[in-house]
Design a protein. Structure first.
Length: 539
């Protein structure tokens, strides 16, 4: 992305199981009590439901492992599950604790969750080969008697806010999550869920990994996989542990989010405005680069988190923060090597949206590389901004040209049409939108094209501000080129609103594009106002 860089441990695979399972907890019950497993439904949508078993240790000593077995009637099957490993066949299944939740202290409890397709509820629940105890076998309606209250409990896994069905028409809805957002912005994977965004996304792009020494490398190890989340801040309400092998940080939280939303895919993006320098060396040995990226993306510690890789090279055979001289074929060769190494995994790329004649799109072989990517994300924003301190004021993300545009070809439709004319399939192109605005101060006219004295103040950086702030601080006063602008108190801002996003999504549909992507999730309102407009506008 061309914006300036600011600076868990649950594991399960989504599989379809037939039959059912019953609960068995290993460990000897003392005379003081027993170990029980209590079934409960967290939600029911008619054709299926989400449920959990709470395992309570009512004995006088800790247990160090447990297993869960039960049966489901014909026509009901287990789908996804979390905080447990499940195996079995023929209508009888075994659920076994993971490394971090096997030990349950005396008087304490733990739980695991699962989704069921169908309306049948578990029967024949056993624990240590005996009855599960209170609440172990639900009634036909799925209700259970209360279980004894334990002295300590783990936080429950929350229900996803809405259905995980992808947007109608199969269009992609892709949002960037920035690793550094967990610091000053205080935006975490949990917020992707609580805002309702997770249910609307098809893909998350995690930004950014570095490209040091011509190889893929970690961007921020603490934010990526070391930061410990409390139960209150965790996406599923369960605190991270310091057990050996436990995955913490954003990677651990993404793992848990994917269990809650089985259709959601995650890509790890490398490069960006600040970290694209290493691509020049990478282009000199594409195979070595691809191997390093694969080994990092599929590191055993987080092998299940990422579904592929995204390359954000700003810019091949052209200048961004640095200049590259790898040649016209450098980008194509790099993407070919990545496709060869990553096989059927996703390989995508955020690319320039410079629609000018002889501009950045013409500098590299994007058409030749298109065969190797699943899709391109032309960055159709940041065309204009207060880096030109005196103006003229202009919308940073125009869809179309307009009278007085400062640079011909600096608008989204110009980039899309140029890429299509080179032979890039429309279905492999996504339209980019910003969940932020860019602005100037010292402006005396409300219409675009005014002079300014410098960048307008922003929460984190001058000249840039989140939509969630601008919508009330400086509401839109007009539209130009298919996007909105606002004039207030001598400041001039441009940004997209739900209404202008509706127009842009109509463009996506009319052009036959593959969908839309946005930079980035934390700029939206707490109830996902902009992503709702993106998803709702795609048909």
């Amino acid at each position: 992305m061309s914006r300036t860089r600011i600076r868990l441990a649950a594991a399960a695979a989504a599989v379809l199981l037939t039959g059912g399972f019953a609960a068995l907890v290993t460990g000897t019950a003392s005379a003081a009590g027993t170990v029980t497993a209590t079934f409960s439904k967290d939600s029911d949508w008619g054709t299926g439901y989400q449920a959990k078993y709470t395992i309570t240790n009512g004995t006088g000593s800790a247990i160090t492992s447990w297993k869960v077995q039960l049966d489901l009637p014909a026509g009901s099957t287990v789908g996804t599950y979390w905080d447990v490993a499940i195996s079995g066949s023929g209508g009888h299944y075994t659920a076994t604790n993971l490394g971090y939740n096997g030990t349950v202290a005396a008087g304490a409890s733990t739980s695991f969750g699962f989704n069921v397709a169908g309306s049948g509820v578990p029967t024949n629940c056993t624990i240590n080969g005996a009855s599960c105890g209170v609440g172990g076998t639900p009634s036909p309606t799925g209700t259970v008697s209360p279980s004894p209250t334990p002295t300590t409990t783990t936080s429950p896994t929350p229900t996803p806010t809405t259905s995980t069905t992808p947007p109608s028409g199969g269009k992609k809805v892709i949002g960037y999550f920035t690793e550094w957002g967990v610091y000053g912005r205080n935006y975490h994977i949990k917020n992707v869920n609580t805002s309702g965004s997770a249910a609307k996304l098809t893909h998350i792009v995690y930004a950014f990994g570095n490209t040091t020494g011509g190889q893929c490398s970690i961007g921020d190890s603490y934010a990526d996989y070391d930061k410990a989340y409390s139960a209150a801040d965790s996406v599923d309400g369960i605190a991270d542990t310091w057990d050996a092998g436990a995955l913490r940080g954003n990677f651990g939280q993404l793992r848990r989010l994917k269990k809650m939303y089985p259709n959601l895919k995650v890509l790890w993006s490398f490069g960006g405005w600040t970290w694209s320098a290493g691509f020049t060396q990478a282009a000199a040995n594409p195979t070595a680069f691809a191997n390093s990226c694969y080994n990092l993306v599929k590191d055993p510690r987080w092998v299940d988190v990422f579904d592929g890789i995204d390359i954000d090279w700003e810019y091949p055979n052209a200048c961004g923060l640095q200049c590259d001289s790898s040649g016209f074929a450098g980008y194509r060769n790099l993407m070919a090597a990545l496709r060869s190494r990553f096989g059927s995994l996703l390989v995508t790329s955020a690319i320039t949206a410079d629609g000018t004649s002889g501009g950045k799109i013409d500098a590299a072989d994007y058409a030749g590389a298109a065969q190797y990517v699943n899709w391109y994300m032309p960055m159709t924003y940041d065309y204009f901004g207060a880096w030109a301190a005196s103006g003229p004021t202009a919308p940073h993300s125009p869809l179309y040209s307009y009278s007085g545009i400062p640079t011909s070809g600096f608008y989204a439709d110009a980039a899309i049409q140029k890429l299509k004319s080179k032979g890039v399939p429309a279905s492999k192109l996504l339209l980019g939108v910003g969940f932020y605005g860019r602005g100037w101060t010292g402006v005396t006219q409300s219409a675009p094209g005014g002079s300014a004295t410098g960048p307008a103040p922003g929460t984190y950086e001058q000249g840039i501000e989140d939509y969630k702030v601008l919508k009330t601080r400086c509401p839109a006063t007009g539209t130009v080129g298919g996007t909105a602008y606002a004039y207030c108190g001598g400041q001039w801002w441009s940004y997209d609103t739900p209404a202008t996003l509706g127009g842009k999504m109509s463009y996506v549909n009319g052009q036959g594009l593959g969908g839309a992507f946005f930079w980035e999730l934390s700029g939206d309102t707490t109830n996902g106002e902009l992503i709702s407009a993106v998803k709702g506008g795609l048909g």
